[in-house]
Structures are given as C-alpha cells and as structure tokens.
Design a protein around this ligand. Structure first.
Ligand code: ADP
Length: 463
C-alpha cells in the first residue's frame, strides 16, 4: 500500500513538473512570438511610411497641419490676452483637446497604412492612437501646453534617432514620432497602432507547437496511467500467488498432520488391542489420504486449466439424471446435512456434456454453498432450458458476496478477503474451474449476490 502510494505520488509529481515545464516553454514561445509580431509590424509600418512618403509625398497629416495652423494662429492671440491663471489653465486644456481631436479626426495615416498592409496581404485590422508629448503655443512668449517627460518615445529617444522604432509597452506598436511647427505652435506626438486580432494571429502561428505540447503531455499521462495500472495488476497477482501458497500450505498440512497423528496412534500397543479403534484410525487415514489426493490433483491441474482449449470427453447424457447423481453423491460424500431443494423443468432433455467436468462444476458450487454459510445451509438447485440453452441455478442462504468481490471470484487464486483468514478453507480455485468448465462447454457462469442474503450462481450452456 505504501509502495503503491509512493509510485502514485512520484508519478503525479513528475507529471506536474512536466506540465509546468511545458507551460513555461509555451509562455516563452508566446512572449517571443509577441515580440516577433511587434518587430515584424514595426518594420512593415516603416516600409509603409517610406512608401507613402515617396509615392504621395505625404506623412498622412497634411490636413491636420492646415487645420492646426489656422487654429493656433487664433489661439495664440487669445492666450496672449489672458492674465488670470485659472482661465489660462482652462484655455490650455481647451487647446490640448482641440489638438487631440484634430489629430485624430483629420489624419489620413491610418487609412494609408491599412491600404498598404492590405495590398501586401498583411493584417490590416488595427486601431491607432496618438499621444501628444509636447505642445507649445508661440505668441509673444512660448506657452507650454503639455510637456511629457515620461513619454515612451522620449524614453526611447536613442532608438528613435537611429531610426529603429520600437515600442513594446502593452500590445501597442510605435510607428513613428512626428514634429510639426509653424509660427504659432510647436507640436511633437507619437503614433501607435494596435492589432485587435493579434492574439488570434499568434495563436494560429503557434498552433502546431501548442498542439504538440498538449499532445506530448497527454501521451505522458496516458503512458503513466497504463504503467501504473500494469504495476498494480502485477502487484495484485503477486499478492494472490502469495496468498495461494499460504492457503495451499495450510490446506496440505491439515490432512498430513492428521495422517501423522493417526500413524503414531496405530503404533501405540493399547490401540492395537482394540480392533474397532484400529479400523476407525485406518478409515481416518484413508479419508485424509483421499482429501490430500484431491488437493494435490487440484493443484497439479492448474496448468491444464490454463490452456485456453482443453479436451472434453463429451457424451450425450440426460441432464436431469446427471444432476440427480451429482446431488446424491454430494449428499453421500459429506454434504454436511445441507438441505437441498431440487426444481427441474428439463423434460428429459439430453445434451452433449463431459460428465466428469460437469460433475466437478456442480460439486464446486454445492460445496461453496455449504462452505460459505453461517447457518444451516439451504440450497436450491434449479434446472430448465430455453430453445437453445440449458440453465442451471444454484442458490444458497449463505454469507453472500460483495459487489467488488463478485468481479474477481472467478479469477484464478482469488479469495474474498474474509476467505483468507482461514475461517473458510480453500485455494481460490473452485470458481475458476467452474468458469473454465462452463466456457469449455461454450457457456458462461454468472453470480448474483448480496452480502448477508445468499448467492445465486447461474450456468448457461448451449446445447
Ligand atoms: P475457495 O472457496 O477455495 O476460496 P473459490 O474459487 O471456490 O475458492 O471461491 C472464491 C471466493 O468466492 C471464495 O473465497 C469466497 O469468498 C467466494 N464464494 C464462493 N462461493 C461462495 C458462496 N456460495 N457464498 C459466498 N461466497 C462465496
């Protein structure tokens, strides 16, 4: 149990480690793809800007320039006349708002960029944003409307001067920074684009890597589950074998020690004088030898039963007669005073059966019905037939079998846990033989039982 838990724990830990490593790798790849995407579109937008500049000699802000120049001329005059500081602040706010709206409304760059991207077959669905870094209105004095120290473009000024435009803050890509100036204003702003479908595009690109990672995790988990189940099955079988060896030793020792004691008894002179006692002891030796012989045969036969196909010596027999013989000899051979009710509806039906094996099969069921009983055993044996098969049911009023045990009782060496404490003797072979014999006849055996409410074994054999 401890070993089993350790194996399970180790397996789960390895799977968690593996999954974490995979997630780590995937995150790395994702980040890299993001950066690649940003870099790719930075370069593409540079290419587009260059093209637009050359082709139409415009930077996409011609209308903006015209609008702002007219507006700034008027506002420079107005601002000159304002003395009150709070009014000045309001005016500055109004100017900034106007510049922002004008820049956004009158620019043509986004349309030009999108159409260039489209022509090249690249992604063209993006949103743009414009950030004003510096704005001065020039009148008698220069009035600073906004001056941003922390603008991303300013922070990356070194990159800009070299013409390598990059901006990875969030998902925005810096396309360029622009400067405009005339007699009445000085403006510097940055133009960003942001792809709304970016995550989907990256997902598409990484689909193969992602699928492979998920697939490899699934493969590893499946292999682990299969290995673990095999290991547990091996463990179960090895436990069964150990139990079997213990049970067998116990079973063989009992008749052997009885025979040894009986032998010693016969050596005693006072016993030899009584003929009755000698006969009784000799009988006991005989009985135990038969039992011992049966046990040894049972063990020796295991390999024979393991063969999928074994030879049946089939004869055409009257089933009812055969069942009666089996029940009679079971009673005579120490049926332990069990009450056996017979109910047959076989109408003298005859079938091809191996008499010896068939007898062993019914006998095993009857002796289990007696063995696994905690009160006076009452056994019902029923026999009937359908159009093409014979059905034999053996029911008892014994201790019953739990659902879990029912799944295994027909397995070789399996004994229900209560059976292992030697209260009920056995080798875990009886029902295995029952199943083998039923199958060898082309049939099957089923069990129906509830703990405390007895059991019913049903054998179906086609004829
Ligand atoms: P054995 O009797 O030698 O243990 P079997 O193969 O005949 O081996 O039975 C396997 C197990 O099935 C038994 O250990 C017992 O727990 C359970 N069993 C079989 N027949 C009955 C029955 N009639 N009532 C209750 N339990 C049964």
């Amino acid at each position: 149990m401890k070993k089993r838990n350790t194996v399970l724990l180790l397996g789960i830990i390895s799977i968690i480690i593996l999954t974490s490593v995979q997630i780590f790798i995937i995150r790395g790849i994702w980040k890299q793809k993001n950066e690649m995407f940003a870099l790719k579109y930075t370069m593409r937008s540079q290419e587009a800007l260059y093209f637009i500049n050359r082709r139409i000699s415009s930077d996409g802000f011609d209308t903006v320039r015209y609008v702002l120049s007219r507006y700034s001329e008027q506002s420079s005059r107005e601002i000159n006349e304002i003395r009150d500081t709070s009014l000045l602040a309001l005016k500055k706010k109004e100017i900034l708002e106007y510049f922002t709206v004008a820049l956004n409304k009158e620019q043509d760059l986004s349309v030009l960029l999108a159409s260039y991207f489209e022509r090249r077959g690249w992604e063209k669905k993006f949103v743009y944003s414009i950030v004003i870094d510096d704005l001065d209105i020039i009148s008698d004095d220069t009035v600073s409307i906004i001056h941003r120290q922390d603008s991303p473009g300013r922070l990356r000024g070194d990159l800009r001067t070299r013409g390598s435009l990059r901006e990875y803050s969030g998902s925005q890509i810096l396309v360029n920074w622009f400067e405009m100036e005339d007699n009445n204003y000085r403006l510097r702003f940055e133009y960003f684009i942001d792809f709304s479908d970016k995550q989907n595009l990256i997902l598409k690109e990484s689909a193969v890597t992602l699928a492979m990672s998920i697939f490899s995790i699934i493969v590893v988990i499946t292999i682990f589950i299969i290995t673990y189940r095999n290991l547990m099955e091996e463990k179960r079988l090895s436990n069964l074998k150990t139990d079997f060896i213990n049970n067998m030793t116990h079973e063989l020792k009992t008749p052997l020690s009885t025979i040894t004691v009986a032998g010693r008894t016969l050596e005693m002179s006072q016993i030899r004088t009584s003929e009755d006692k000698v006969i009784e002891t000799a009988r006991m030796i005989g009985k135990q030898s038969i039992h011992l012989n049966q046990l040894i045969n049972m063990i020796l036969e295991i390999s024979m039963w393991e063969r999928t196909q074994f030879e049946l010596d089939k004869k055409n027999v009257d089933i009812e007669e055969l069942l009666n013989d089996v029940v009679d000899s079971f009673k005579a051979g120490g049926g332990n005073g069990a009450m056996i009710n017979k109910r047959y509806n076989l109408n003298g039906l005859k079938a091809e059966l191996d008499v010896v094996y068939f007898t062993t099969m019914i006998n095993n069921l009857l002796s289990n019905a007696v063995k696994y009983s905690d009160k006076d055993p009452v056994i019902d044996i029923e026999g009937f037939h359908s159009e093409d098969s014979i059905c034999i049911k053996v029911s008892d009023n014994g201790i019953g079998i739990s659902n879990t045990d029912q799944k295994h009782i027909f397995d070789k060496f399996y004994r229900a846990p209560t059976g292992n404490i030697h209260k009920f003797k056995g080798l875990g072979l009886g029902l295995y033989y029952v199943r083998k014999i039923a199958e060898a006849h082309g049939g099957e055996v089923r069990v129906n039982s509830r703990p405390g409410s007895g059991s019913t074994f049903t054998i179906n054999i086609p004829y």
